[in-house]
Design a protein around this ligand. Structure first.
Ligand SMILES: [Zn+2]
Length: 243
């Protein structure tokens, strides 16, 4: 009886839009109205951070942010701006058992990150601490990485990073606090150093946070030739301009 009910819940009802709870049809993802509001990131943007510019300053121009606070990673790219709609997708995937959203989100990421994956050797999903993995049951970064791998042909390198301790929530912390919060949070396990050394890697996560830098550093220390970052969503300051 319970199994039958579960089956009906899993397969009998059309999925709801994670942003407005409206009906979507059978293919999952957002309803048409919410989908139209999603804000895709397109050039021109900062070559390093991938943050969009208000006008085109020409190729290879960096944002003020990239120059004043250069990240450990080489380049970051994101599919969409982090807003209410993007946040609803991220939360539904992360906490709402909406694994059916991963293929669409991952395909958008693959498109945004083509420049990075074109000559990359492997994708590295940002790991969850094991306790979080237990409560959430799955790693959303790993789920997205599998879709990007399928789309780009770049394989996933599993277990290249180990989360040493659970990091408290990053939201609401200032830059310096966030950096301290994640410092030393990730390591390359000894048995994976050989798989990392000399390779061009793309870190995969759902949202760009200071965790990207905390992951890039140990990979570079282990001899990675390059570390780029590809995420589904990133916060974009509307006032950002090239210098
Ligand atoms: Zn909707």
């Amino acid at each position: 009886m319970r199994a039958a009910l579960g089956f009906a819940l899993d397969f009998g009802l059309p999925p709801l839009c994670p942003a407005c709870r409206g009906l979507v049809g059978n293919d999952g993802g957002l309803c048409a109205a919410c989908g139209a509001q999603l804000s895709f990131i397109a050039p021109p943007f900062c070559e390093r951070l991938g943050t969009p510019f208000g006008y085109d300053p020409g190729p290879g121009v960096l944002s003020t942010e990239a120059i004043t606070h250069p990240p450990a990673f080489a380049r970051a790219r994101a599919a969409v701006r982090y807003d209410d709609i993007a946040s609803a997708l991220v939360h539904a995937l992360k906490y709402g058992d909406r694994l059916d959203l991963a293929p669409t989100m991952g395909r958008w990421m693959a498109r945004a990150g083509r420049e990075l994956t074109d000559d990359a050797d492997a994708l590295v999903p940002v790991p969850l601490h094991w306790r979080r993995l237990w409560t959430r049951r799955f790693n959303q970064a790993a789920a997205l990485a599998r879709v990007v791998a399928k789309s780009s042909g770049v394989p996933v390198l599993d277990d290249a990073l180990k989360r040493m301790r659970a990091t408290p929530q990053q939201v609401g912390l200032k830059r310096a606090e966030r950096a301290t919060n994640v410092q030393g949070a990730f390591q390359v396990p000894d048995e994976r150093s050989a798989a990392v050394a000399g390779r061009r890697l793309v870190l995969i996560d759902d949202v760009l946070t200071s965790g990207a830098d905390a992951c890039a550093r140990p990979l570079l220390r282990a001899g990675a030739a390059r570390v780029d970052v590809l995420v589904f969503a990133r916060v974009v300051d509307p006032l950002r301009a090239p210098i």
